[in-house]
Design a protein around this ligand. Structure first.
Ligand SMILES: Nc1ncnc2c1ncn2[C@@H]1O[C@H](COP(=O)(O)OP(=O)(O)OP(=O)(O)O)[C@@H](O)[C@H]1O
Length: 265
């Protein structure tokens, strides 16, 4: 039986400002403000079990695309479907719930809560999902240890280095075992070794949880982990490069969430 792609983007465009087309200018009071077309006519399918890299110069539309895939932002035209459901058809509330249930997001600027410990930050999505405290603590601690932060669980974000904060943000994105992980520059603050450790975690998530992982980065070694590399320019897909023929999605993957992330550790 053929299965739907996890993500299906059809003719996706996103403009900022009023109006709609790339060349249009509009008047607001006495100042003219251009409409920026951040993304234009993107068609892209993403399967479970694959890692998709997103490359391109600054301003090429990578973050905009990631936000649309995550359901954080809505397209100006076109659709993003998740497992066959058009995200634009959901109410704001249903879309928030969709993100909580299915999407793990690593933001470029981390978005950690300063009043909470590293562990509480990681556990936060599980609080929102109503999971018991013992499970939250265990799961958050386990992930922080896997990120090399076992001795930092009670530290607040302000007591952590940039690279440590980034790993807390990654642990938080993975704590719900999401179907889709969206990571914007996830290794920007990390040294080479730590970056490799984090990337191997993304590979585990893709393989063992049958999740899709989308990583935007300027760093070619980071992007080298991807199965496919989407190269963007001026809001369009310039090229899609297959990096790994062997590691693509397979039908005999373990059922979602049946495999433990830490199996074999
Ligand atoms: N909220 C916004 N309002 C207006 N323009 C925006 C907004 N967000 C992004 N843009 C514009 O959309 C275009 C794409 O931006 P985007 O952040 O997606 O690029 P990017 O490839 O992620 O860049 P970087 O690598 O620097 O993070 C840019 O021209 C940017 O200025």
């Amino acid at each position: 039986m053929t299965r739907l792609p996890l993500i299906d983007c059809v003719n996706l465009s996103r403009s900022y400002g009023r109006g709609g087309s790339r060349s249009r200018w509009f008047r607001r009071g006495n100042t003219e403000t251009p409409t920026v077309t951040a993304l234009s006519n993107i068609d892209l399918q993403i399967e479970r079990g694959e890692i998709v890299g997103c490359a391109g110069p600054s301003g090429s539309g990578k973050s905009t695309l990631l936000h649309l895939l995550a359901g954080l932002d809505m397209p100006t035209t076109g659709t993003v479907s998740f497992d066959g459901t058009d995200l634009s058809s959901l109410s704001d509330r249903a879309r928030t719930r969709h993100r909580l249930d299915h999407v793990g997001i690593v933001f470029q600027h981390f978005h950690l809560l300063e009043s909470l410990s590293a562990r509480a930050n990681v556990a936060l999505p599980l609080v929102e999902l109503g999971r018991p405290k013992s499970e939250r603590r265990e799961r958050a601690t386990e992930l922080l240890e896997a990120m090399g932060l076992g001795d930092r669980v009670t530290h607040r974000p302000t007591q952590l280095s940039g690279g440590e904060q980034q790993r807390v943000a990654i642990a938080r994105a993975l704590v719900t075992e999401p179907d889709l992980v969206i990571a914007d520059e996830p290794t920007g603050e990390l040294d080479t070794q730590t970056g490799k450790r984090v990337l191997s975690r993304f590979r585990e998530v893709a393989t063992e949880l049958d999740a899709a992982v989308v990583i935007a980065s300027h760093d070619e070694p980071t992007l080298a982990i991807a199965d496919r590399l989407v190269r963007m320019r001026d809001g369009r897909i310039e090229d899609i490069e297959i990096l790994s023929e062997d590691d693509g999605p397979q039908d005999d993957r373990p059922a979602k969430k049946s495999a433990q992330l830490n199996q074999g550790r």
